[in-house]
Every structure is written in C-alpha cells, then in structure tokens.
Design a binder for this molecule. Sequence first.
Ligand code: RB5
Length: 169
Amino acid sequence: MRIAVGSDHAGFDLKRAMADHLTEAGHHIVDLGTDSSSVSVDYPVYGLAVAKAVASGEAERGLCVCGTGIGISIAANKVPGIRAALVHDGTTAGLARHHNDANVMCLGGRTVGLAEATDAADTFFAAEFDGGRHRRRIDEIARYESDRDRAPDSMLPVAGDDERQRLTR
Ligand code: RB5
C-alpha cells in the first residue's frame, strides 16, 4: 500500500520508526517531512500535506504524527474527504478502520509507546471497513462536507423521541 507520512518535530522520531517498520512490511512510504526532531516546525503544514496526498489519490492512506497527535489530526480533518483518526493502540486503530473508514491514522509521538504504535500501524493498514450501518454514518459526514450550510439537526430523519434515540445511538 502507498502510504503518505508526515510529522512535526515532536512526532519525527516515531514517524521515522513507523516508516521503517511499514517499509519492512512491504508498504511504499512517501515521506512528506519534517526531516528532523531538532528544528521546531508547525504541525498543520505536515498534516495538510498528508491529507491532500490521500484526498488526491496520490497515496491510499496516511500516517500523521505530532506531539499528541491532536493538532495534526485537527489539521488533516480540514481536507474534504479525509477521516483522520487519533489512535492509541491496536484496538482504537482497528475500530477507526472497521467503524469509521478512517483513511489517515494519527499518533502522538510524546504519548504513545513504540509497541502500541507498531500494533496500531499493523492493524490500521491491514483492516477493512465494515460497511453496513457504519456506511450510513460516513455518508452523513460526507453530505455535511458537501453542503456545509446545512445544520446537522436537519440531517436527522423526522422521528419521535424513541426513534430519535435509536437512530442516534
Ligand atoms: C509541539 O510542541 C506540539 O504542540 C505539537 O507537536 C502537537 O502536540 C500539537 O497538537
């Protein structure tokens, strides 16, 4: 799989470790920077670069790393078509694919250990989307993305309280 990777300085070491691991596992890595942990840079640049590579089809999936994974996931999610998930381990990485069809995985270089990150990456880049009821939810996000003036409430079907509770579960 062709995977775009990017990080700021705080995520650089973990990004490099993951890129090496994923290359050994047979993936093709496109590294969009940064290139060092010693020069402070801004995470939006790299999150947006990875997200745009995935959204354009240049890469099939993306991996983003900053100190916590929070800032870079917020940035990546601004690109239409991107579902960037901040994950912590194999469980959250698997669910991000199975339930959310996440196409970019984000990690915190200062918050996640190497073993958890490796487990997360192995799981994320192998797991498939479950579809079914999860497809409906992904489609709701995509519909909002294509018509941002639409209030989220108007996306809910007209329903009574019981039905509303069931639908929003
Ligand atoms: C950089 O110091 C840090 O703020 C950044 O890597 C990230 O954690 C932001 O969300």
